[in-house]
Design a protein around this ligand. Sequence first.
Ligand code: UDP
Length: 141
Amino acid sequence: MAVERTLSIIKPDAVAKNVIGQIISRFEDAGLSVVGARMMQLTREQAEGFYAVHKERPFFGELVGFMISGPVFVQVLEGEDAIAKNRDLMGATNPKEAEPGTIRADFAESIDANAAHGSDSAENARTEIDFFFKPDELTSR
Ligand code: UDP
């Protein structure tokens, strides 16, 4: 296993529920460290750009609308196997199918308001981290 970095977003539904701290604790308890973070209100252009791979999907408009419906917490997590670990901690995209004890099972209501985003590959992690952070905004552990 290698030390990796991954992009995590705590989405507007979870920010509104005041569970940012509880979600970060799950990452830290699993051995991941926050090496960069920012609260943001995404613009429509930023949300469309971030989710550009989904622009032909039927849910794209709703996804963008949801992501700009309130502030998000954007962070870079670092640690052994960080990309897969973050995805495991989040659980399945649809919270109704997510394993009990995962972030989405515990904090999310629906597939379109599902509490968290996590990069799904090393290549996407690099692209997504660069989308939000300049190199000098990230620290190392
Ligand atoms: N999404 C949605 N409806 C769907 C599928 C996906 O609203 O039928 C949203 C959901 O918020 C998801 C995001 O689009 O987190 C990106 O979808 P992806 O399949 O990449 O899931 P993820 O990697 O976030 O689990």
